[in-house]
Write a protein that binds this ligand. Structure first.
Ligand code: HEM
Length: 260
């Protein structure tokens, strides 16, 4: 028998995975589950594409990196827009099944933490929410010890004659990436002299801005859904989320804007 659409996509399995916990069923639990699952699929794709970007940087494939940054920034825009969908859920409706979530929270999305780690926003302390043996622990530990997209970006810049200071080349890759003036000087020179790299830097900035937009939209979503209640993940909710609101992934790209 020839391969069908349903077989190829394993639709039968996929469509069995939306299982509301409310009893009697609350109509709006379905949108909550599907939106979160859709995000997890986007995270999966983003991680896949970011691995390619690391490789593009490593081998110096500028056009490959441009094409893929265009893709991840476009996906990021969809991820930001998707907040509109979940915002159709009113606080009253959300409250009707919120206690069913028990301690479950997006805070425990290991793919989101992988996404942060692969982009160099490494916070080893989040591992305490993913103890050994729990889903995501091994993947997160591996990502923590791997070089990030920012480290691969340094390799790429070095090929283009940018001085990467020794302290960055020998840095402990389990720590978050940090801005650096020497790197910024090099990027500034490339920005002004190489139009292909200017396009790449702008796409990287778009993507970075997209992540910050997602954080902002998610905070507003939380605020309108639960106000200043604590999160189901046990954090202080909005106060906790605000800490990373303006965190840039590529601080050196933001650091040169006033000199352009
Ligand atoms: C009614 C909808 C939502 C509410 C009320 C909500 C609430 C919260 C709260 C309060 C936190 C802080 C951690 C904690 O739970 O204590 C949090 C974190 C988080 N949520 Fe949501 N959330 C919602 C929808 C979503 C959606 C659709 C996603 C998509 C993946 C998501 C992903 C995350 C992530 C990744 C974190 C960790 C963020 C970080 O550490 O910076 N949330 N959420």
């Amino acid at each position: 028998m020839s391969l069908t659409y349903a077989d190829y996509l394993h639709l039968d399995d996929l469509l069995k995975l939306q299982i509301p916990r409310s009893d009697p069923p609350e109509h709006d639990e379905m949108i909550f589950i599907i939106v979160h699952q859709a995000y997890e699929l986007w995270f999966k794709l983003q991680l896949h594409e970011l691995e390619k970007i690391k490789e593009d940087f490593r081998v110096g494939d500028t056009y490959g990196a441009i094409a893929t940054f265009k893709r991840v920034r476009t996906i990021m825009k969809v991820m930001v827009e998707q907040i509109d969908v979940i915002e159709t859920l009113t606080p009253t409706s959300f409250n009707s099944f919120r206690d069913r979530l028990d301690t479950a929270s997006g805070f425990q999305s290991y793919q989101f933490r992988e996404f942060e780690f692969v982009l160099g926003y490494k916070r080893a302390d989040v591992l305490r929410f993913f103890p050994p043996g729990s889903p995501g622990h091994d993947a997160l530990l591996r990502r923590l010890h791997e070089r990030s997209v920012v480290d691969a970006f340094y390799d790429f810049l070095k090929r283009h004659g940018v001085t990467i200071p020794q302290e960055l080349r020998d840095r402990d890759v389990t720590l978050p990436s940090v801005p650096n003036e020497t790197v910024e000087e090099g990027i500034l020179r490339l920005y002004k002299t190489q139009p292909d790299l200017q396009i790449l830097f702008e796409l990287m900035t778009d993507f970075d801005e997209g992540i910050q937009e997602w954080r902002y939209r998610h905070i507003k979503l939380v605020e309108r859904s639960i106000g200043n209640k604590r999160g189901t993940g046990g954090s202080l909710g909005i106060e906790f989320l605000k800490k990373s609101l303006f965190h840039p992934i590529f601080p050196d790209l933001w650091g040169i804007r006033h000199k352009l």
